[in-house]
Design a protein around this ligand. Sequence first.
Ligand code: UD1
Length: 420
Amino acid sequence: MDKFVINGGRRLSGRVRISGAKNATLALMPMVLLAPGVFRLHNTPNIRDVWSMSRLLGEMGAHCELNGNELFLDSSNITSHEAPYEQVKKMRASINVLGPLVARYGEAKVSLPGGDAFGPRPVDLHLKGLEKLGAEITLENGYIHAKSSGLQGAKIHFDISSVGATENVLSAAVLAKGSTLLTNAAIEPEVTALARLLVKMGAKINGIGTNTIEIEGVKELHPVEEENIPDRIEAATFLIAAAMTRGKVIVENVNQYHLTAVIAKLEEAGCTIDITGNSITLEMDDAPRPIDITTAIYPGFPTDTQAQWIAFMMLAKGSSRITDSIFHSRFHHVPELQRLGAKIEMVSNSAIVHGGAHLSGATVMSGDIRASASLILGALIAEGRSDILRVYHLDRGYEAIEKKLAGLGASIERVKTDEY
Ligand code: UD1
C-alpha cells in the first residue's frame, strides 16, 4: 500500500502535460467487443482503471497491451461474455461492456455494480434502454443477464441525462436493425468521443454532440485506430492546484471548450487565465473570491470537480455554497478536509465553506478518486506535513500525479506504508 507525504506551502509553477481522458478511455475500450480485430488507442492514460478494463477484456479473450500511452487491443478471439463481480466492484465503468456484448453476441452476464462512495448509483436507465432495443433482461444472484436474438431500433427517451446509460445504449444501437432515436442523451465530451469512434468503425450516427442522437443500425463494424481526448477533470484539478498555491502554471494538451464552466468560475474567483491553442495558463496572486457552484450536466460545472472546488474555497475571503445536483451524497471529502482545519457545514446536498480558516497538515484518506484529489489540494496549502492514505484511488484516475506535482515544485513523495 502506498501513501503520499506532502509538505504544504510550496508555490506551483511551470508546465504540466495533461493525460488522455480516463472516462473516454473506459467508454472506448469495450467497443473492441463490437468488431473482431486489432485496435489502437493513442493518448491512453496509464492508470489503474485502464489496467482493470484491460484485465476484464482479457478475461473475455481480448489481448490488451499498453505501451507508453498507446493501447493495443486485439479482439479477434472473444470467448466469454461475462463481467464478474470481482471486476465490476473495482470499477463501475465495467458495465460499459453490457451494450456491446448483447448487441454483437446476443448475450451478456454482467455483475450489478451496487452503490459506492457517491451513494446509490442505479443502472435502471441502461437496462430500460437495452430492453427497448429488444434485449431480454433478468436480474439474478446479483447479475444482469441480457439476451437477444437480434436487437431492433427503437425510440428511447432517457428520464435523466446519464453518461453511462447513453454510452451503453448507443453502443448497442449501432448494430440493431433499423433506426434508433435517443432523446435527452448525455452530451459530455466522453460520449461524443465514443460516438466519433463508432462512426470511424462504420456506424451511422447523426446528432453527435447534441442530446438527440439518431442511429441507423449497420450489419457489422471494423477495428480502427483512434486518438483519445484530453482529460478535462485532470486539467481542472491542476488549474485549481495552481490557483490555490498562488502559482503560475501552464496546463498543456487540453481542450479549452471542454472546460468552459470551470474556466469561467476560476476567472470569477480572481484567477488570470490565458488560452493559447491547447494550453491554458493560470496565474493567481491573491486569495480567491468566494464563488458558489452547482454541479450540472455538461456543459455545466462537472460533479467530478466539486470536491476540488470545495478545497479551493477553503481559501476564499468569505463563504461559498457548493451544491452537487448530480450525486447528492458525494461529500466524503468534507470530514477529511475538516481534519485539515476547514470550516465546512453540510446542508442537504450543499457544502457551505467558510473560507480563511487556518489549515494544518494531518493524516487523511478518502474513498474515491476526486475526493482524494481534493485532499491533495488541501495538503498542498496546509501548514506542515500531511499523509494521504489510500493512494490507489488516485492511481485509478490520475496518471503519475505525484510526479506531475513535483515537477511543478510541490513537495510530495510516494511512500510504502502498512497504514490503511
Ligand atoms: C459518469 C462518469 C463519472 C461522472 C458522471 C457524471 C464514467 C466512467 N464516470 O458516471 O465520473 O461523475 O458520469 O458526469 O464516465 N442515473 C440513474 N439511473 C441510471 C444511470 C444514472 O438514475 O441508470 C443517475 C445517477 O444516479 C446520477 C445521474 O443519473 O444522479 C447521472 O449519472 P451518470 O451520468 O449515469 O453517471 P455515470 O455514467 O455513472
